[in-house]
Design a protein around this ligand. Structure first.
Ligand code: GLN
Length: 501
């Protein structure tokens, strides 16, 4: 059984725990071994917390031994994006400026998963302060896509997506501000769920752009997404933007199909700029959903073209304010200077990478007196127009279906131009600007064997329907059975050097 433990979903793994076919310790060891063997090539992790993981797994073993597991996540080895504060474990947000930062508390999501018995394997790599779409902007190292190591895993939650796709964790948490859960999920062929703004507490999440930041999940299948969301969702007195609504039992609501559901296909998302392979796969998925009983119609989101511009004003503006706290005094690193101002500017010059500096400058400019109305104020107004477009669409349909990204995973270094990188977010920023729940799941492969993502977007707090439609499609197709080449036993046996030269 051990050899194949890493390919199991969370729910398959806990079923196996309950049947005593394996144990949390055995599963944790098998993941730690794989990380040891393979993560040098993937670079999914910034820190691996082996001792702590084995201690948590032993406690879970004992609970299963007593026949009293804590629930559907007990003993499951998971990974957390390094943007979540973890008590006693270095938390960097991918930035050198936080290299020595050890949080004195856990983020609410971490505390909830710990209470549910989840076993933390470690902290995953990310673009610095979650700014990026490729994980190339990490202050530490790049991450590689398990489907093709020459390609990026997407970003900014690239480490979490690569960990799940590379079978280096059973599931992971990420964050999505402009697409950072769904886009890497699409590139790595995992399920990536970003629920409604406020559905999951942001307490203890290192802020990028507070009105856009969402916690999300990266999993092998839709059922796992439902289970993980249920465990972390719900109001939190420590986050005043968290929503005081009951959290449904999402996993119990997956069945029921898509019969009678009205699906909207946004015309503007196919208006050019989408790779042919992506468009073909997404259109085939829409046809499949229609065959399964959904009614499909075209809808229009006329402000689609402005979404990126609005996002790239508002996100940097909020970031410039949020990142002012890294001043060499309160957190992390300090560079010596001759006085306070000199110390602060040296600290920030040395601690932040190029993309973060670019965003701080853009954001500070957009917020400065004289430009505030022209940029930030205007962007807020257009954000309202974007929301109205989605409201009008949801007056007619129950869900929107679209590609997650315009292309499949690109090669490292291919999008050195920041604007080219920003364009990757064109289909994901809408759900962040509006706070709507959205999921990405596999709907095919390119000729080169790279996964393609299908995106479903729902009404506020309607995660259950988003997940049900995703589940129905997933179960009716076989895309999920393909594993990344990294996980194919043949590809990671040592080369037979004898006849290679
Ligand atoms: N790629 C987008 C950005 O760089 C989104 C990042 C995110 O969602 N955290 O801002």
């Amino acid at each position: 059984m051990t050899a194949d433990l890493a390919r199991l979903t969370m729910h398959e793994l806990t079923d196996a725990f309950r049947r005593r076919e394996t144990s949390p310790t055995e599963a944790t060891r098998s993941y730690l071994d794989r990380i040891d063997k393979l993560d040098g090539r993937v670079g999914a992790y910034l820190a691996v917390t082996s001792d702590r993981a084995l201690a948590a797994a032993a406690a879970a073993d004992a609970r299963y031994g007593r026949g009293a597991p804590l629930g559907p996540l007990d003993g499951v080895p998971v990974a957390y994006k390094d943007v979540f504060c973890t008590r006693g474990v270095v938390t960097t947000s991918g930035s050198r400026i936080l290299e020595p930062f050890v949080p004195p508390y856990d983020a609410t999501v971490i505390a909830r998963l710990t209470e549910a018995g989840a076993v933390m394997l470690g902290k995953t790599n990310m673009d610095e302060f979650a700014m990026g779409s490729s994980t190339e902007h990490s202050g530490f190292k790049p991450t590689h896509n398990p489907w093709d190591l020459a390609r990026v895993p997407g970003g900014s939650s690239g480490g979490s997506a690569a960990a799940v796709a590379g079978e280096l964790a059973a599931a992971a948490l990420g964050t999505d501000t402009g697409g950072s859960v769904r886009q890497p999920a699409a590139f790595c062929g995992t399920v990536g769920l970003k629920p409604t703004y406020g559905r999951i507490s942001r307490y203890g999440l290192i802020a990028f752009a507070s009105s856009l930041d969402h916690v999300g999940t990266l999993t092998r299948d839709v059922r796992d997404a439902a289970l993980l969301l249920h465990a972390v969702a719900g109001v939190d007195p420590r986050d005043s933007t968290s929503v005081p609504e009951a959290v449904p039992d999402y996993a119990a609501l997956l069945d029921g199909g898509v019969g009678g559901l009205r699906l909207g296909v946004p015309r503007e998302y196919f208006a050019g700029g989408v790779d042919a392979e992506v468009e073909t796969a997404v259109r085939a998925a829409i046809a499949k959903l229609s065959e399964l009983g959904a009614a499909v119609e075209e809808v229009s989101l006329p402000t689609t073209d402005y979404g990126l511009a609005v996002y790239y004003i508002i996100a940097p503006a909020e970031a410039s304010s949020n990142l002012a706290r890294y001043d060499g005094v309160k957190y992390g690193r300090r560079a010596p200077g001759k006085d306070l101002i000199d110390m602060q500017s040296r600290t920030r010059a040395a601690g932040f990478g190029a993309e973060v500096k670019r965003r701080i400058m853009l954001g500070t400019y957009a917020l400065s007196a004289g430009y505030y109305d022209a940029y930030y104020g205007r962007a807020q107004k257009v954000r309202t127009l974007v929301r109205r477009d989605f409201e009008a669409a949801f007056a007619r349909v129950d869900l929107l279906v679209a590609p997650t990204t315009p292309s499949v995973a690109f090669k490292h270094g291919d999008k050195a131009d920041p604007i080219a990188m920003y364009l990757n977010d064109v289909f994901t920023v809408g759900a962040d600007l509006t706070g709507l729940p959205a999921v990405s799941l596999r709907c095919g492969f390119s000729a080169a064997g790279l996964p393609i993502g299908l995106q479903l977007i729902g009404r506020p707090l309607d995660e259950a329907r988003v997940l049900r439609a995703a589940y129905t499609y997933e179960q009716a197709t076989d895309w999920r059975s393909r594993r990344a080449p990294l996980n194919d036993a043949r590809s990671h046996s040592a080369p037979e050097t004898g006849h290679l030269r």
